[in-house]
Design a binder for this molecule. Structure first.
Ligand code: 3NM
Length: 213
């Protein structure tokens, strides 16, 4: 069970043009193969119910499901992994809970955070925000493409760029050495979610094949 996906969809039901289960299904139809449930304000029972529903849908497509922060919910919903933020339990502690059965992703915003995440046993990281995002204040100043490019020399686990990414800037990001990209609004806020996912996936596949999309 490796880190075998290039496009990582992160949920935010508040920016989605469709209710989440439907939105996730459309994204999966468009080729997404990894979804992170990130609905931080939901009471835990609602979060668990949603996690179980998304578990069922992702399974139909052979896609991975990650739960943001809540290791307990990830275990209870039989997710494939957990995604940790700066306020979450550290990766080493989470590994003690989930063993090698689950993947651990970590959000990072600097070289130091990225390095710590790898040292503590993360399977992959997100790094950003690359570009400015609508919720910029929450994630800090954009780190930019150069920071991404220099990070790849320091970290050997897969790096998913995040923050302000759309199909239109996916090529530039992968050219800097990112393993994959993470998106919220680029997919979920699109009027046609399936098409947005398909388009991004197409750019990724062509870039990986050495073509200019
Ligand atoms: N984390 P969009 S930026 C959830 O830098 C998240 O760690 C970030 O949303 C980070 O794809 C971000 O709509 C928001 O720009 C990404």
């Amino acid at each position: 069970m490796g880190v075998d996906f290039r496009l990582y969809l992160i949920t935010d039901r508040k920016v989605s043009t469709k209710p989440l289960p439907e939105a996730v299904r459309l994204a999966l139809e468009g080729g997404v193969r990894a979804v992170q449930l990130r609905e931080k304000d939901l009471p835990v029972r609602e979060l668990l119910a949603l996690a179980k529903e998304l578990r069922g849908i992702t399974k139909e497509f052979g896609a991975k499901l990650f739960i943001n922060d809540r290791v307990d919910v990830a275990v209870a919903a039989q997710a494939d992994g957990v995604h940790l933020g700066v306020q979450s339990m550290p990766p080493l502690a989470v590994r003690k809970v989930v063993g090698d059965e689950m993947l651990i992703g970590v959000s990072t915003h600097s070289r130091e955070e990225a390095w710590s995440a790898e040292t503590e046993g993360a399977d992959f990281i997100t790094f950003g925000p690359i570009y400015s995002t609508p919720s910029k204040a929450q994630y800090g100043k954009p780190v930019g493409l150069n920071a991404l490019n220099s990070l790849i020399k320091y970290v050997s686990i897969p790096i998913y760029a995040i923050g302000g990414i759309k199909s239109g800037n996916t090529y530039d990001i992968l050219q800097q050495g990112a393993y994959g990209i993470s998106m919220i609004s680029g997919i979920l806020s699109a009027p046609d979610i399936r098409k947005a996912a398909e388009e991004t996936n197409r750019v990724i596949q062509r870039t990986l094949a050495g073509e200019r999309p």
